[in-house]
Design a protein around this ligand. Structure first.
Ligand code: ATP
Ligand code: AMO
Length: 463
């Protein structure tokens, strides 16, 4: 039996349920409650010593002697509760006939799950009423992630993450993209930056892929007109921020462009509107569960995604009193401010900013035909933070060599990539999304570590 499926229609039915004993409350020698949890759902189990039910006082004592989080099997009959139950639990009880302990947890866990599941508002209310509750810090949570992951909010976060990934795949398959897997052990940097993890590959220097960039483009050269990939991305980030991980899940796409790189933006528009709709319509339980611990406003987005030029963005910031170097990049603070301004003016927290200065984009980015100081590139923002970078790519070896050199990259280190464009290569473009960032920002969570199962940041390699 699945706890989440237990409803009033099950009343009177015998059931056998395995779960974790989340809370154990003795009432008397003859009576106790055990709250049993499976995933995001809990059900209250009632033990009452009675000869009719075959429940002895020893069994009640045994149940109350269990340590929290022990795994138990409960055999019993579903019943309607005598008193109203909390809205967060199943609205039926199980009258226990038999209870077996399958595996005991240690008596005192390093994290108290009830504390780990409380919202900030609960802590504040408790403080005001003089009750002492202990907040569970981020590091403690991550040190004992196997316990921390059991909170309802965490169970919901990773179900949402799975839905985003699944929708991403579904959407691309429906648009005739082919799923690919590019190598993660590669010979050099793919983004031109220094943030690479270096290693030895049978005596040769190598590194972990910073993105599938060069290989997804070479797949286009290889005759696949549309490809996507879901895979790990490694960045040797050297600072601790709320939105950078050293390993994250990259959702990447690359496609032939027929006339204009806005064809890529149209794919992003369709993809994300589909993802947001799906989450809002089909993941209500998960979103409500996250909301209870980490309250957030639903994301505001338009049916047709807003596109603004980088210049318009700079102008909006300028008018609001923020001076930005017009040909420089936006820093984190400016991105956030622009997010707020766009929300006020256009009523959306999801938008595309395009036509970035060429100088702030990677070497493979196509310069604008009308003004090569700008580029056919874009970033996409949720709640004022970047979730996507993308662009049209350079598809001629001459220009690619020139741009690599201008960006300080020795073209000989990426010779096979550059040569791929001399064998007949179509105009193309694509984009990369960070899965953890999408979930973090859709749910307005304040830290990317919350949306990574076992996060890797500059300090953390275990667990
Ligand atoms: P990516 O670099 O992969 O595109 P990003 O969110 O870091 O993702 P950028 O446009 O490079 O986007 O950076 C935007 C701003 O974020 C930078 O101006 C800088 O303020 C900040 N930033 C970027 N990387 C880091 C980092 N590793 N540590 C601290 N701050 C960073
Ligand atoms: P970029 O470097 O902007 O672009 O990365 C694409 C997206 O990946 C996410 N991201 C990160 N997420 C967590 N931790 C990090 N350290 C981190 N760095 C990036 C962000 C970002 O928008 N090759 C290009 C994409 C392309 O043009 O196709 C690229 O890698 O959500």
């Amino acid at each position: 039996t699945t706890v989440g499926d237990l409803g009033e229609d099950a009343a009177g039915r015998p059931v056998l349920v395995r779960g974790a004993a989340q809370a154990i409350r003795p009432v008397s020698k003859r009576m106790a409650f055990v709250v049993l949890r499976q995933g995001m759902s809990t059900v209250q189990c009632v033990l009452v010593a009675s000869a009719d039910a075959g429940v002895s006082t020893q069994m009640v004592r045994f149940a109350t002697s269990l340590s929290k989080e022990s795994i138990v099997d409960v055999e019993g009959v579903v019943s309607l509760p005598k008193e109203p139950l909390k809205a967060t639990t199943q609205q039926v009880e199980i009258q226990v006939r038999k209870l077996y302990c399958i595996n005991r947890a240690i008596p005192t866990l390093p994290i108290n799950l009830e504390d780990a599941a409380r919202s900030e508002a609960e802590f504040e209310r408790a403080e005001q009423s003089g009750e002492k509750l202990v907040r569970v810090g981020q590091d403690t949570r991550l040190n004992y992630r196997a316990i921390d992951l059991r909170t309802p909010a965490n169970q919901a976060i990773f179900r949402i993450q799975c839905q985003v990934e699944n929708k991403f795949r579904e959407f691309f398959l429906s648009k005739n993209f082919v799923g690919i897997h590019s190598p993660k052990l590669i010979s050099g940097s793919s983004e031109g930056g220094a943030a690479v993890f270096k290693l030895q590959y049978n005596g040769q220097p190598a590194c972990l892929a910073q993105s599938p960039q060069l290989y997804k483009q070479m797949a286009i050269c290889g005759g696949f007109d549309r490809v996507f990939e879901v895979g790990p991305v490694f960045r040797a980030e050297n600072s601790n921020t709320h939105r950078h991980l050293c390993e994250f899940v990259g959702l990447d796409a690359e496609m032939e462009i027929k006339e204009h790189y806005f064809e890529v933006c149209d794919i992003i528009d369709g993809l994300f509107v589909a993802i947001f709709k799906h989450l809002n319509e089909n993941c209500k339980k998960e979103l409500d569960t996250i909301n209870r611990q980490y309250p957030f406003e639903p994301l505001k987005y338009l049916e047709k995604t807003l596109k603004l030029t980088y210049e318009e963005g700079i102008q909006m910031l300028k008018e609001a009193g923020t001076e930005i170097e017009p040909m420089g990049d936006l820093n984190t603070e400016a991105e956030k401010k622009l997010g707020r301004l766009v929300k006020e003016k256009y009523g959306t927290e999801f938008f595309i900013l395009y036509r970035y200065p060429l100088a702030v984009r990677p070497f493979y980015t196509m310069p604008c035909y009308d003004d090569p100081a700008y580029s056919n590139s874009f970033d996409v923002f949720i709640r004022g933070e970047e979730i996507i970078s993308g662009a049209q790519r350079i598809h001629t070896p001459e220009l690619l060599t020139k741009r690599a050199t201008e960006c300080g990259i020795d073209a000989s280190t990426i010779a096979s990539y550059i040569e791929s464009f001399s064998y007949g290569a179509p105009p193309h473009g694509g984009f990369g999304v960070g899965l953890e960032r999408v979930v973090m920002l859709f749910c307005a969570l304040n830290n990317i570590r919350k949306t990574s199962l076992f996060p890797r940041d500059p300090q953390r390699l275990v667990p």
